[in-house]
Design a protein around this ligand. Structure first.
Ligand code: ZN
Ligand code: ZN
Length: 397
């Protein structure tokens, strides 16, 4: 089976590379992936895989039914590009001014199409179902595309038993794959604070209520949330990124507005932070006589990889990857990933696919116009999806 998979992956890899370049050439922002959606549907039609489209506007859901009944394993790729100007100078660089695939979602879509073609050829030997999730708008925090896919019924008919997502990773060498049990990405929430006092002449503070002094106390006090209220072993970042207030040098400011973000891994801490923020703001504003408005916008939750699913997938991948190429990522990342919404609903795992050629010391990171994952990583990504899916079909049976 193993050499057969290798052979099938080798056969589809040139197509994966060609499709990735085609998608890269025509990038589309989240929820506008119409051409990308058409390309996916065209390829699924070519292979012969039945699908449902559109799902969540531009998404596509393919279904590979095995010969025997069994569990349903979902494989997910995101499809959208970023509002960033490409600077790679590649012959297949973005044709669209100011938009490019700087996060590698072109590669994810192409690799999932490659894995789909391999799994389709193996369908007579499969017990269970593979659900192919081509998802829009991963970059559209705080809503993302995954909640819309879930609302559009992807968890049903048949119900998904486990899911695998993946992302190219410039910090890892081509040929290596990282996995992790537990938190892999951070929750990314944002908040808005308005503090309102009372304007007065700058020479008569007793006649007003100074919103700037109150805001200053709030800023300092919220910094103690992470250091004094959160367990030292739990990670959290709390940043106030903007502050605006006051109109004139000799007027006591009536209003200050601030915006911030917080990032956490432990879902219990994610829940706790807005309560602690409001408690702190409320206390200080009450003491100073200001009123306040506090809005907390939930973004992507932290992506939690299920232990059992991750270990099953790792064991499956170990048939194709040497132990030194397949490793546990020691620390979670602080970035966001909307696959987390799916991982909240079904036990899931997420793989980081190394995409920097050996010897390159300072690779261009994702979300940079020069980002260009090594195309040699595609065969590894396809293999990982195929081996991971097979391992789960077998392991969950
Ligand atoms: Zn991204
Ligand atoms: Zn991404």
């Amino acid at each position: 089976m193993n050499s057969r998979i290798q052979q099938l992956v080798a056969e589809v890899t040139p197509t994966v590379t060609r499709l990735r370049r085609e998608i890269h050439h025509h990038p589309e922002l989240g929820m506008q992936e119409f051409k990308t959606s058409q390309l996916i549907q065209r390829e699924l039609n070519r292979i012969g895989i039945p699908f449902r489209a559109p799902v969540a506007n531009t998404g596509v859901v393919g279904l590979i039914q095995g010969k025997e009944p069994g569990p349903c394993v979902a494989l997910r790729a995101d499809m959208d590009a970023l509002p960033i100007q490409e600077t790679t100078g590649l012959p297949f660089a973005s044709q669209v001014e100011g938009i490019c695939h700087a996060c590698g979602h072109d590669a994810h879509t192409a690799m999932l199409l490659g894995a789909a073609e391999v799994l389709w050829q193996l369908r007579s030997e499969l017990a269970g179902t593979i659900k192919l999730l081509f998802q829009p708008a991963e970059e559209c925090n705080p809503t993302g595309g995954m909640p819309a896919m879930i609302a559009d019924g992807i968890l049903e008919s048949p119900p998904i038993d486990a899911a695998i997502g993946l992302h190219v990773d410039a910090s890892l060498t081509t040929g290596t794959i990282g996995y992790r049990i537990g938190a892999l990405s951070a929750s990314s929430d944002r908040f808005y604070i308005t503090i309102t006092g009372k304007a007065a002449h700058g020479s008569a503070p007793e006649a007003g209520i100074d919103a700037i002094v109150t805001a200053a106390q709030v800023i300092m006090a919220v910094q103690t949330i992470v250091s004094r209220k959160i367990r030292a072993l739990d990670s959290a970042v709390l940043t106030i990124g903007t502050i605006k207030g006051g109109d004139r040098y000799n007027v006591i400011a009536e209003t200050v507005t601030m915006e911030g973000t917080c990032r956490t891994h432990n879902p219990l801490v994610t829940e706790l932070i807005p309560q602690l923020l409001e408690q702190t703001i409320k206390g200080i504003c009450e003491a100073s006589g200001c009123s306040y408005k506090f809005d907390f916008i939930k973004g992507y939750p932290s992506l939690i990889c299920d232990e059992r699913i991750t270990l099953l997938v790792r064991d499956g991948l170990s048939q194709s990857f040497a132990p030194e190429k397949l490793f546990n990522i020691l620390e979670p990342r602080m970035g966001g990933e909307d696959f987390a919404f799916l991982a909240q609903r079904v036990p899931s795992t997420f793989l980081r696919i190394g995409c920097t050629p050996e010897g390159v010391e300072k690779p261009v990171p994702a979300h940079n116009g020069g980002f260009n994952p090594d195309e040699n990583c595609f065969a590894y990504g396809v293999t990982a999806l195929v081996q991971g899916a097979l391992a789960l079909l077998k392991g969950l049976h």
